[in-house]
Design a protein around this ligand. Structure first.
Ligand code: FDA
Length: 306
């Protein structure tokens, strides 16, 4: 069973990086059950979903999906979408911040272009009293992301990033990022054992270690996981060390463990839902399928019943 699961995981991660399929999917509309994980193709649809979630006691972070950005025009357009998303959040008066990926706004094209785009986005966010979280991508982009974050934080305090528990370097990064708002995750990309723990057990252990470290440092910590064991561990920890509720939040992805999301909010925890939207849903969707074979069964069932 473990072999089949690993093979499936690798297969979907491989598919997630397929550019022709990614390009084709943009013209398909939300297909194959992707609408379970993606809030819609337009900003209007996404804002409506955010409003529904807010009404259930959940706060959100909106992400305009985008991958394989190789031209300056596409990078500028993606940054425009980020600005428009911040404006739409403000105009609708919904409770959401913004998440983005640096490769979307030009990191692989020209660092300076990416930097200028980030300034534009952070300026808008600041104007509206909002916050921007830079998602962490594959290992190849990790150092550049942290370097740019450090630079941006000299001017803006409304920006943070994500740290992945599967990387060996993570414990050291957490030390360097004391005082920075961080989202802590297990890690979603396919990495070599040279840079990342191959065993889930080690990842989970390291995850607990960095959650404790960042919280006890007094830094704002977002624990982004659907894993009950990690959530229980965090609840215990904050109780034991009297960590105030406004120093941390839980985060989960749109469409995953929705009942648990509501329950955590009802228990009085801040619960933020990551709400992706846009027509570039393919890579994101494939990564969610890679995470859980049961999701593939869900998709297959959906295809048969249509
Ligand atoms: P794990 O994968 O161990 O799963 C634990 C349990 O959760 C499963 O047994 C299942 O019950 C449930 N579950 C998990 N995934 C599921 C799914 N897809 N569908 C249904 N149930 C599922 N990664 C990254 O590298 N960079 C980033 O910037 C981010 N950002 C991010 C934001 C948010 C809000 C979340 C929740 C996650 C991320 N991630 C991420 C992804 C993260 O690294 C990781 O891949 C997933 O969260 C899965 O790991 P879990 O901690 O949920 O546990």
């Amino acid at each position: 069973m473990a072999i089949v699961e690993t093979a499936m995981k690798n297969f979907f991660l491989f598919l997630s990086q397929n550019k022709p399929l990614n390009q084709a999917a943009k013209k398909w509309g939300l297909r194959f059950g992707a609408s379970r994980f993606v809030a819609g193709e337009t900003i209007r649809e996404a804002i409506n979903k955010v409003r529904d979630l807010n009404n259930k006691g959940l706060v959100c972070t909106l992400d305009h999906l985008g991958e394989f950005v190789f031209s300056r025009e596409e990078a500028i357009e993606a940054a425009d979408y980020c600005v428009k998303t911040l404006e739409a959040i403000h105009e609708a008066g919904v409770d959401s911040n913004l998440s983005l990926k640096l490769t979307q706004i030009g990191l692989d094209i020209d660092l300076d272009l990416c930097r200028r785009n980030m300034h534009r986005i952070l300026y808008t966010a600041k104007k509206y009293g909002n916050f921007v979280r830079i998602d962490m991508e594959d290992y190849g982009h990790c150092q550049q992301t942290l370097d740019l974050l450090k630079e941006l934080r000299q001017e803006y305090d409304n920006v943070g990033t994500v740290i992945q528990a599967y990387l060996y370097r993570t414990e050291k990064d957490i030390e360097d990022l004391k005082g920075v708002s961080l989202r802590l995750v297990k890690g979603a990309y396919k990495e070599s054992p040279e840079v990342a723990y191959p065993d889930k057990k080690d990842v989970d252990e390291n995850y607990k270690k960095i959650i404790k470290k960042h919280l006890l440092n007094g830094s704002y910590t977002a624990i982004a996981s659907h894993d009950d064991q990690i959530i229980s561990y965090t609840k215990q920890l904050v109780k034991e060390y009297n960590i105030p509720r406004d120093q941390f939040e839980f985060q989960m992805l749109y469409g995953i463990r929705t009942q648990s999301q509501i329950e955590l909010a009802q228990e009085g925890y801040k619960m933020r839902v990551y709400v992706p939207y846009g027509n570039d849903w393919y890579g994101y969707f494939m990564r969610r399928l890679a995470e859980r074979p049961a999701n593939v069964a869900f998709v297959l069932k959906g295809m048969v019943s249509k």
